[in-house]
Design a protein around this ligand. Sequence first.
Ligand code: GDD
Ligand code: MG
Length: 356
Amino acid sequence: MRDDVDAVILVGGLGTRLRPLTLSAPKPMLPTAGVPFLTHLISRIRSAGIRHVVLGTSFRAEVFEDHFGDGAALDVDLEYVVETEPLGTGGGIRNVADRLRGDTQLVFNGDNLIGVDYAQLLETHRSADADVTLCLHRVADARAYGCVPTDADGRVLAFLEKQPEPVTDQINAGLYVFRRSVIDSIPTGRPVSVERETFPDLLAAGSCVMGHLTAGYWRDFGTPADFVAGSADLVRGIAPSPAVAEPGERLLLPGADVASDAVVDEGTTIGHDASVGPRTLVRGSVVFDGARLGADVVVRNSVIGAGAVIGDGTVLDDVVIGDRARIGAGIELRGGARVWPDATLADGSVRFSADL
Ligand code: GDD
Ligand code: MG
């Protein structure tokens, strides 16, 4: 048991890029492989022997506590600290300081899954006697992330958040180890960004900031494309989660009703009491609870909101359908289109993409 390490999870963001799904639920509470995303992250933390978990909440704060309570179901000791006004990532970390018990904290962005071994990450931090250690990952396109060049010994040279022309393909993977005293030194009473203020300031002051590069699984679930791909990774056992009991090509939740000649694969989840009609194909997608897909529908890499209804012969590819929306028959939507909750599209009314 790691009683000397607390886990802090930042879950106060608005989830803007995942709208309209995040109008009804905060991003870390969206269902992935049948459970809220955060369940996967907390289960991983628990399986590493860490029990004390503090959630830094703001937007829709009550939803977390309503679901997880004191954490007993996941065998963790869960606490919540609410920001009445969002304090940013650094302010959110500072805001939980009086709940911390150990001298070392693992701090997680609440929308990432990383297959890193936490014990090895902590060892990098301890052996360098670092103030902060950043988990790093290599990506093909670093523009959407924090860019983190390091020297030959793994020491961080700079922290450059979301650069149009990244200087390295090595990015901030959204998991940090903090020395407790560094958290106490973050200013209070105003928003602070760790990415734009705390990390650059620590580097300017000559503090020891280490990088821990990981080659395993990593994904930020914060965009629709990453959300559906990440959910499929969880269902198939590609993304690491002790909360996925039996990985497979599809996950049918209790009450899901799939026609015998429908094809559901590539890591698709069909939610509770949702239905899939005859000859329909659902591939690499997430169908929320109670949604109804008609006959001869094609759904690829898309999210179908709770209680949405999809008419016969409709094609949905790389789209997000809001809760309870009614999509008529013979419609074709592609390329990042989003349909707002409760919207209605008449039969045959749309071909190709638009925000509706
Ligand atoms: N408590 C609290 N308060 N949490 C917040 C706040 C806040 O004001 N603002 C954001 N968060 C949480 C979000 O809920 C999310 O879990 C995490 O902080 C990161 O915010 P995102 O909005 O998802 O940031 P990002 O994905 O654009 O960029 C961050 O993550 C990348 C890796 O996925 C940065 O840390 C990048 O440097 C990093 O590369
Ligand atoms: Mg993110």
